[in-house]
Design a protein around this ligand. Structure first.
Ligand code: HEC
Length: 140
């Protein structure tokens, strides 16, 4: 029942819910995926080796920046960043702030820390150690 309700909410309402703490607990995995789809999926896939306009983000936490088989900007390729939850959060807030001269464009940044946190949590699950086991398992 709850799932049907969540599904039928309009896109805009869902975005508002993403910022509401009450929605956080059981909605987290879903909210993270939604936020990723909204902000990143135009250019990124989380499937291993699936490079699109941007490099794939499979198991991005723990990866060296610029290490996939993808034509990175020199700035990204030469950076010493190893992705973790903290620098990933900084990067999606303001890519230029973390890696000046990178080529993740056009991308406006996400100023809402709650939305960034959900995306980072989603990416931590995407091909990381846990690999998706967290989702509800019922009904889908
Ligand atoms: C307009 C397309 C576009 C959007 C939208 C976009 N990216 Fe990117 N992203 C890129 C490109 C292109 C690169 C490669 C940048 C470079 O080489 O300097 C990149 C690089 C990255 C990297 C570095 C990957 C690596 O292998 O080191 C991360 C992490 C990343 N993006 C995360 C995100 C996240 C998370 C979002 C959503 C919040 C997002 N990106 C939205 C195009 C995009």
């Amino acid at each position: 029942m709850k799932r049907t309700v969540v599904r039928s909410l309009s896109f805009a309402t869902t975005l508002v819910l993403l910022s509401a703490p009450a929605f956080a607990e059981e909605g987290d995995a879903k909210a993270g995926k939604l936020a990723f789809n909204n902000a990143c999926r135009t250019c990124h896939s989380v499937d291993e080796g699936d490079n699109r306009l941007g490099p794939n983000l499979h198991a991005i936490i723990g990866r060296d920046a610029g290490s996939e088989d993808y034509k990175y900007s020199p700035a990204m390729a030469d950076s010493d960043v190893v992705w973790d939850a903290e620098n990933l959060d900084q990067f999606i807030e303001n890519p230029e702030g973390l890696i000046p001269g990178n080529n993740m464009k056009p991308y406006g940044g996400i100023s809402d820390p709650a939305i960034r946190a959900r995306i980072v949590a989603y990416l931590s699950d995407a091909g990381g150690e846990g690999d998706e086991e967290g989702e509800t398992g019922e009904g889908e």
